[in-house]
Design a protein around this ligand. Structure first.
Ligand SMILES: *[C@@H]1O[C@H](CO)[C@@H](O)[C@H](O)[C@H]1NC(C)=O
Ligand SMILES: *[C@@H]1O[C@H](CO)[C@@H](O)[C@H](O)[C@H]1NC(C)=O
Ligand SMILES: *[C@@H]1O[C@H](CO)[C@@H](O)[C@H](O)[C@H]1NC(C)=O
Ligand SMILES: *[C@@H]1O[C@H](CO)[C@@H](O)[C@H](O)[C@H]1NC(C)=O
Length: 712
């Protein structure tokens, strides 16, 4: 039989295509980010997957934001030709010859979900890790739980069983004989496992994990599934039950070093699609110590215990998901409109991280009811663990301005109340309220002093809140905090505090204190004008405008301006302490609220000067935040970008540079907000991660589209 050349050639093409399909590497959309958020809802539920591990998802081990590895796996049994095979889909490090890795097809992240598709024999699986973001729904937002759903699809019909397990690593306790008690509760079709420290230490962290409350792991029998079983016990034994029988039994509740809690769902013969949903989280009644009073998550006003909360959470899955899809679509469209697809991809990676650093609280108690007294607390994750740090809340405001501006008040009020009731005896606000979750203040004034930074933040942010919401409770001479804020406006009004700045720290505190920081003096000028507008007391605005006129003069003689050959720009230090010919600069991101809030403290020509400067200042991978360091700040960068011409060269440059950073494949941690822009480490993340400051990425969207865009 003679095969013609043409036939051979087409057979070869077909074989090549089949091989290519079989060996095709997974596709990642929109990019393979440094780290995928998996379950990110509170400072104590912050689980991520390093982006590069997604390629080998079946063996990839997820991590707490710290990098601590977490035991969390998903397996599936698939029957073909009367033979069952167990596949690892996620998080199974190996070491069991009876478990084979499924094949990763794709990975995707959107604003609230990270989704991976794998094939295992005749079945196709999708794993959706969904962390709801719904800030105006206080019950939903405050539940510190996350969903994951395993969906099976099969074209021809195939019997499938699904298993998932977690271990004690979620408790932050790595002792050989951990003092942890384990309970299992069944309520209707729902099963809940709770890992609770035997001797809870309220408000104590170990390895950044809470040493009180309980790690929860829940699931329930889904419609149409044949069986739903669960067990706790020794890791290999429990997994062996699933591998051998597809069912779990013989629970033990003694926690040893290698104890796991697991669920198995028998989905029967899946002829089209079937799915099972799980919940994972950290339940705690005591959320925050606020000045000695315990505060609790908001949801407890409706669901006062873990069982009722988890049953509600699972009941709410489809409606939370539908709402979330609507939110995502709206945000993605707005982001594309404001800054293009790259900007959308940056914002989509930002949102869970910011909400994962906060807790929405009310006063505590066995059955808390005071839903009028809501306060939000934010952890300065990774940089120092402080609570409600002013210069961490402040940069995140653009996100809250766009999504839920009431949070500006909810975040500021803990400190403003503290200051109003006395606070420490000092002329400026405290930088933070303590170490998360202890918002106990600094009565002795022993804190990280940032006199001008902290004073300016409370003044500008208060006007920001009023303008974003139209709520006037903080406005006018009788505003709730006007007399408190006046103290700080008076402090800045002394030019030896607010214009000719003594050596001090600003928000860019890494390089240490410095005298005459121009960008800080800009903040002081904007803050005085902002307070004049908020309070209606003109002398403060006059003072702010006067400071601005001293810092910048269109004839080039302002004390904050450079001189000489280089492109004109705001200097690092004012000329009362330093020569204007020194090229050194800090990005003048404090112009952003002046522009956004329409204050016009500085003339347009000052903004234009700085906007024209940034493209000239760019190093290999972006503009330094401050010439004392070789790194760009992603969020202050977006503040700077959003101060100048809308859609201009500076804005495009920052979007491109931040996008290049998160898509360059060189980084593996939750969104780091600083990247080296020059030198040997160019393109590498610089130290910090998972911080809520990244809310500042919303600056461009906030400027272009205004406040409260999603859930009006
Ligand atoms: C599963 O369903 C398909 C389609 O109906 C059928 O062909 C197959 O034999 C079933 N498999 C088992 C094990 O029942
Ligand atoms: C919170 O305060 C308590 C009581 O002083 C202390 O034991 C605990 O370690 C503090 N927590 C943190 C995270 O600093
Ligand atoms: C449960 O324990 C019983 C008695 O020890 C044993 O016969 C059975 O095989 C065990 N079942 C599983 C699934 O391990
Ligand atoms: C700018 O500087 C010039 C020259 O020093 C001065 O005459 C002018 O008044 C200044 N303009 C403002 C607005 O302060």
């Amino acid at each position: 039989m003679g095969l013609t050349r043409a036939v051979i050639s087409s057979i070869l093409t077909i074989i090549t295509t089949i091989l290519a399909l079989a060996c095709a590497s997974p596709t990642f959309s929109p990019i393979q980010p440094p780290s995928y958020p998996l379950a990110v809802r509170s400072p104590y539920l912050s689980v991520w997957l390093p982006g590069n591990l997604a390629t080998n998802l079946p063996t990839a081990v997820p991590e707490f934001w710290t990098g601590q590895k977490l035991g969390w796996s998903i397996l599936a049994r698939v029957e073909e030709n009367n033979k069952w095979t167990t596949y690892s889909l996620f998080g199974f490090g190996g070491g069991d010859a009876n478990v084979v890795a499924a094949t990763v097809v794709s990975g995707e992240y959107t604003t609230t979900r990270s989704t991976f598709v794998l094939t295992a024999g005749a079945a196709k699986f999708s794993l959706e890790f969904f962390s709801p973001v719904d800030p105006k729904n206080y019950v939903r937002q405050s539940l510190p739980f996350s969903y994951f759903t395993v969906t099976v699809a099969s074209s021809k019909g195939v019997p499938v069983q699904v298993y998932s397990a977690i271990d004690k690593s979620f408790t932050g306790n790595f002792d050989a004989n951990p003092q942890i008690s384990l309970t299992q509760t069944t309520s209707g079709k729902t099963s809940i496992y709770e890992w609770t420290p035997s001797k809870p230490q309220v408000f104590v962290e170990k390895n950044n994990a809470a040493q009180w409350g309980t790690v929860v792991f829940a699931s329930r029998q889904s419609d149409g599934s044949k069986s739903f079983t669960y067990s706790a016990g020794q890791r290999d034994t429990i997994r062996g039950q699933f591998v051998n029988f597809g069912k779990l039994s013989n629970a033990s509740t003694t926690v040893a070093a290698d104890t796991i809690t697991a669920y198995a769902h028998d989905l029967g013969n899946v002829t089209s699609a079937a799915c099972v949903t799980f919940a994972i989280g950290h339940y705690h009644e005591d959320a925050i110590n606020y000045l000695g009073a315990h505060r609790t998550p908001y949801f407890r006003s409706v669901y006062p215990n873990s069982v009722s909360a988890l049953i509600h959470f699972l009941d709410d899955h489809s409606s939370a998901r539908a709402d979330s899809l609507a939110f995502e679509n709206k945000l993605h469209d707005l982001a594309i409109d404001a800054g293009g697809e790259k900007y959308r991809d940056i914002l989509a990676l930002t949102v869970r991280q910011v909400f994962g650093a906060i807790e929405l609280t009310i006063p505590g108690g066995a059955t808390p009811t005071d839903t009028d007294d809501v306060l939000v607390f934010m952890k300065e994750i990774s940089s120092n663990g402080d609570i409600n740090t002013l210069d961490v809340i402040f940069p995140a405001i653009p996100l809250f301005y766009v999504l839920a501006p009431e949070y500006i008040r909810l975040l500021l009020e803990p400190e403003l109340r503290y200051l109003k009731n006395g606070g420490p005896n000092q002329a400026f606000p405290v930088h933070d309220l303590g170490t998360y979750p202890n918002a106990t203040g600094h009565d002795n004034g022993n804190e990280e002093h940032m006199p001008v930074e902290a004073s300016s933040v409370v003044l500008i942010a208060s006007l920001w809140y009023a303008k974003a919401t139209g709520n006037s409770i903080w406005s006018g001479s009788g505003g709730t905090f006007t007399s408190t804020l006046t103290k700080y406006a008076d402090f800045l009004s002394d030019e030896n505090n607010g214009l000719y700045l003594p050596s001090q720290l600003s928000t860019i505190d890494g390089p240490g204190p410095l005298a005459g920081q121009t960008n800080l003096a800009i903040k002081s000028a904007v803050a005085l004008n902002a307070f004049g507008v908020l309070s209606g007391i003109k002398k403060y605005s006059d003072r702010g405008l006067y400071y601005a006129s001293q810092l910048y003069n269109s004839s080039g003689t302002g004390i904050g301006q450079s001189c000489g050959d280089a492109a004109p720009h705001f200097t690092l230090q004012t000329t009362d302490v330093h020569d204007c010919a020194d090229y050194a600069f800090s990005t003048a991101f404090n112009l952003y609220p002046d522009v956004l809030l329409g204050l016009k403290t500085f003339p347009q020509s000052a903004v234009d000067m700085e906007d024209a400067f940034y493209p000239t200042a760019r190093k290999e991978a972006g503009v330094q935040a401050d010439t004392r360091g070789d790194w760009m700040s992603t969020f202050w960068g977006f503040w700077a970008a959003a101060s100048g011409e809308e859609g201009g060269a500076t804005e495009k440059q920052y979007i491109n540079d931040v996008y290049a950073f998160i898509s360059n494949g060189k980084n593996t941690h939750p969104f780091c907000d600083r990247v080296h822009v020059t030198g040997d480490s160019v393109g590498l993340e610089y130290t910090w991660r998972a911080r809520p400051v990244t809310g500042g990425h919303f600056a461009v969207l906030a400027r272009k589209k205004g406040p409260d865009l999603i859930w009006k």
